[in-house]
Write a protein that binds this ligand. Sequence first.
Ligand code: APR
Ligand code: PHB
Length: 392
Amino acid sequence: MQRTQVAIIGAGPAGLLLGALLHKAGIANTILELHSGEQVLARVRAGILERGSVELLDEAGVGQRMHAQGLVHQGIQLSFGGQRQRIDLQGLTGQSVLVYGQNELCRDLMDARKAAGLTTHYEARHVSLHGLGEPRAVVRYQHLGQDHELACDYIAGCDGFHGVSRAGLPASAYHCYERGYPFGWLGVLADTAPPADELVYAQHERGFALCSMRSRTRVRCYIQCSLSDRLEAWSDARFWSELKSRLDPVTAAALEPAPSLEKSIAPLRSYVTEPLRFGRLFLAGDAGHLVPPTGAKGLNLAASDVRYLARALTEYYRDRSEAGLARYSEQALRRVWRAERFSWSLTQLLHNFPDHNGFDQRIQQADLDYLMSSRAAQTVLAENYVGLPLND
Ligand code: APR
Ligand code: PHB
């Protein structure tokens, strides 16, 4: 039987970052990942980093390329009523965000992990967790057709929303709080210049739209779509035309359509598991919670969970104190719920809800009107967008 101190399930941003932080603290860890490294890197996901996430990546020693290639954004643009208006993140909060693709970030973490000679078993199948209430936990899995067992002190369930860590628990062990939304996002990745220097979030009667970017020559754009929409029905031409119809004229004119490199539809969902600890198992990132992407909080929440967990495990191995581990679930959930609130409210503000009546629509317009006329309201949005403080 193999042995490690912490077994990490999943090599997404949460698992990889946790592995890097634990390694820095001298804590042995092994990652078991269902897919190949190439498959993990092929996923197209948001990459808006709060300052706390940037600092954590620096602490993990993987910040070099992120600082060289990431784009510092000091504001975001809101497009509605035929106009574009700026929220001055820097002016309102003294902070900015960093635009850096999540797959780039995973690549940096994977490269650093390989260079440090740390163990990652990609394509690990049939992972199952045992002994969560015992003095030692064991992870069973198959790799290259062989059965394996990995004994460990603790397990970090960083295997995303569809992973085994949460799914393997009895339903009575946790409670989930959930909200679905009656629409999805259709996203397109394309090599063309962003229509503005900053992200443009658009509210329109035809539905929400977003022009994000990966670099100065690559955009990631989204439009709100119906949950029954099929990708085949969305040619590139139809996508760009629909996107432009939802943008203010200045942004629409600046957007040059280009062939899609990737196109996908994702439903929107809010989801929180409570608690995040089950004996020797700790859930972190999407394994424990989901937010709708409107506030770009998914990756940042994964980072803050991992920060709390890495600190708690470091304290345990350094001082033999379980105080931090005992506090993890409550501490992480407090920040999760604030991000849930923000992601839900921004989704509410900017989307077209099919079941809304005229009253609801006017309230939404009044919300936007108030936001653009009140520095206090803009500060609330800005301080949430750049990231609420991490409490120790
Ligand atoms: N066994 C091992 N690994 C698994 C299993 C399994 N049974 N199931 C899933 N995984 C792996 C997935 O293949 C994936 O690589 O766990 C990893 C989870 O990664 P993510 O889904 O990216 O989740 P997380 O690391 O928590 O990152 C959260 O991802 O969804 C976005 O917006 C979200 O940016 C946020 C980030
Ligand atoms: C993205 O770049 O994919 C992105 C950016 C901001 C969001 C959501 C997604 O709010």
